[in-house]
Design a protein around this ligand. Structure first.
Ligand SMILES: Nc1ncnc2c1ncn2[C@@H]1O[C@H](COP(=O)(O)OP(=O)(O)OP(=O)(O)O)[C@@H](O)[C@H]1O
Length: 258
């Protein structure tokens, strides 16, 4: 059998990029002149002190907000004017967009519900869950991939906080995104859960790009290939963790907040 060679680290493929991205709110510039290149099979962190503009950049990229300036390209297509649902169908998915995990459903049922809307469509509540049986195999594959098999028949409400986040990621992956945006995936987690979710993210990023906002700099140092640091809406440093953490402007920006 012919197997295509795996993409090597020397062949970066930019899947999402922004040029000169900017957003003004009633005369206040929240984001300015942001250039970003997110690559396939890489984890890219967006960090910065509170109010630096990280969430606004996420909202611009997913088109929840319309940029005031600049251009966004997804998989070679200009999406600057594209609507959020179309952007999601094109492969740019933000975790919370579909991470409505239903607490009374089991892990497997949640994943099946997510799988029946691969185009990012609304959940079809009128369909009985039994009609989703054809999705069992695919759901179990995804569940296994994310280490949730022992919890497959547990109700989502009974999962630990960390495993709930992993289930959210599983439901996001049901859309088979090319680019996954994670907004503070480790927020509120204990150390053990942080380690587990970090491993999952590393695994998930083997076959897609991940862009994440993360305050936990240990996690950023551990799993992120590229780090972009924002301050007052502008990029002050970009590169690998060692490079940006040694940058005097980054050290100043974080002083007192780290
Ligand atoms: N809809 C809005 N209207 C006016 N100002 C806004 C709006 N959204 C964000 N801002 C402002 O833009 C700036 C950047 O906010 P943003 O939430 O993007 O920062 P952040 O880096 O995500 O912060 P945090 O780490 O605290 O979540 C802040 O000064 C914020 O008050």
């Amino acid at each position: 059998m012919n197997v295509a060679p795996a993409m090597t680290q020397t062949e970066p493929r930019v899947v999402l990029s922004a040029r000169g991205l900017g957003k003004d709110f009633a005369g206040f510039t929240a984001v300015n002149n942001v250039d970003l290149d997110v690559e396939h099979a890489r984890i890219h962190a967006l960090i910065g002190p509170n109010g630096a503009g990280k969430t606004t950049v996420f909202n611009l990229l997913t088109k929840f907000l319309q940029p005031t300036r600049g251009k966004i390209t997804l998989l070679g297509q200009d999406i600057t004017q594209t609507k959020p649902d179309k952007v999601a169908r094109m492969g740019l998915v933000r975790s919370f967009q579909i991470s409505a995990v239903f607490p009374h459903l089991t892990v497997r049922e949640n994943v099946k519900v997510a799988l029946q809307r691969p185009a990012g469509l609304a959940v079809q509540f009128w369909k009985p869950l039994s009609s989703l049986d054809r999705l069992n195999a695919r759901a179990d594959q995804l569940i296994d991939h994310l280490g949730l098999t022992p919890y497959r028949d547990h109700r989502a409400a009974d999962l630990s906080y960390g495993r709930k986040r992993v289930l959210e990621i599983a439901t996001t992956l049901a859309l088979e995104p090319e680019v996954l945006l994670l907004d503070e995936p480790m927020a509120g987690m204990g150390q053990e859960d942080v380690r587990m979710v970090a491993e999952i993210i590393r695994d998930v990023a083997q076959s897609r790009a991940v862009l994440m906002v993360e305050h936990n700099l240990n996690v950023v140092a551990d799993i992120c290939h590229h780090v972009t640091v924002l301050q007052r809406g502008e990029i002050i440093a970009t590169g690998d963790y060692a490079t940006v953490s040694a940058d005097p402007r980054v050290r100043t920006a974080y002083m007192g907040t780290e």
